[in-house]
Design a protein around this ligand. Structure first.
Ligand code: ATP
Ligand code: LTN
Length: 329
């Protein structure tokens, strides 16, 4: 039996090249070797208020971008989290075995909570719901960007605690980070990770940005006071531009060094912009085609949910049985 892969993206903000290089690109590569489930995690998105109509259209946009990036719905199940009730059912059961201290220690929670006046309980519970997503499908591998590594560790801690309290139930999921591109930084602030929710038009290159916008954003990216690329003294901005180039092209380190050493920043930026455009233009074309086909996306999402629902139901039954809750049989 093939090992199972699960991963998700929140339908909020605009998908950017960090999401692509950190997550989607890896998913596309893995989908033929594993049984894959790719999820649009709308229940995670509502931990921060989302206008309902915007959320509805974002869900479709993200689904279309998954497909445009190369996810093949014949091989992979593409589904929306709220279409399968098991995610929230399991989340409650796992909440009951999770110490609050574990959740308060999460860096994403601390950062998001600090930015808000009142903190919703959902923000604290966020990683438990994420653990439920993964454990619900007994996923073996979870391909994500580096910012999710801490949540994956917590997922394993929760699984372990459940298993030791109630007996072997959950598979231990493994984190899979890409070798290059696991943490793409903001173009304007290369000390911070590129993020969908960060404000500012020069921060992220969105996957749907037209070529002239991509060029403008990259040409304005923060560098450092050196005039040209020097691999031993470069700052985070230049390192980030090189990481973007390398993650798209998959050039080996030696080729990167030989090509870019001594290159002036203006030329470096031009080359990075062209590589980004070369890779996202075909994706944008496919996106247009997919969104023009009436009913297609809806069908993919319906089928995806139908395919995974039996797996979710059997895990929920098993967990209920282990815990002594009411079960059908
Ligand atoms: P938000 O700012 O709303 O938290 P985000 O940009 O972090 O959004 P998510 O939906 O949380 O996006 O992440 C989707 C996937 O993209 C995850 O696997 C995450 O690890 C990955 N990812 C997000 N940002 C980056 C980044 N800057 N570099 C590499 N991978 C990233
Ligand atoms: N928290 C993740 C999104 C997410 C996820 C998951 C990723 C929710 N559930 C399960 C992998 C597996 C994020 O990217 N912010």
């Amino acid at each position: 039996m093939k090992a199972r892969v699960f991963s998700g993206v929140q339908p909020s903000g605009n998908l950017h090249i960090g999401n692509y290089l950190g997550a989607l690109k890896n998913w596309v590569k893995m989908q033929h070797n594993y049984e894959s489930i790719f999820c649009i995690v709308d229940l995670h998105a509502i931990t921060v208020y989302q206008p309902p109509d915007e959320l509805r259209s974002k869900i479709k946009e993200i689904a279309a971008l998954f497909l445009a990036a190369g996810i093949d719905p014949k091989h992979s199940s593409v589904m929306v989290q709220s279409a399968v009730p098991g995610h929230t059912e399991l989340a409650w059961m796992l909440t009951c075995v999770t110490p609050v201290g574990w959740l308060e220690r999460m860096t994403q929670y601390k950062a998001k909570a600090a930015a808000q006046e009142t903190v919703g309980d959902g923000l604290l519970q966020y990683p438990v719901l994420m653990a439920s997503d993964i454990l619900l499908y007994q996923a073996n591998i979870v391909p994500v960007g580096d910012d999710q590594a801490q949540h994956l560790e917590l997922t394993r801690d929760i699984a372990q605690r459940f298993n030791s309290l109630y007996g072997e139930t959950f598979v231990m999921p493994e984190t899979k980070l890409p070798a290059v591109g696991a943490r793409i930084m903001g173009l304007d602030e290369p000390e911070k990770k590129m993020s969908k929710s960060a404000p500012g038009s020069g921060h992220a290159v969105a996957l749907l940005d037209p070529p002239d916008v991509v060029r403008k954003k990259i040409m304005r990216a923060t560098t450092d006071s050196n005039p040209a690329v020097d691999f031993s003294t470069m700052g985070p901005g230049v390192r980030n531009l090189l990481a973007i180039f390398q993650a798209f092209t998959e050039w080996p380190d030696e080729k990167m060094r030989a090509h870019f050493t001594g290159m002036r920043y203006g030329d470096l930026k031009k080359q990075v912009a062209e590589v980004v455009i070369e890779h996202i233009e075909p994706l944008q074309k496919r996106y247009q085609e997919i969104t023009c086909e009436p009913g297609y996306l809806e069908g993919v999402l319906r089928e995806g949910a139908e395919r995974v629902r039996p797996i979710a139901e059997s895990t929920v039954e098993l967990v209920k049985q282990r815990m002594g809750l009411y079960t059908r049989s």
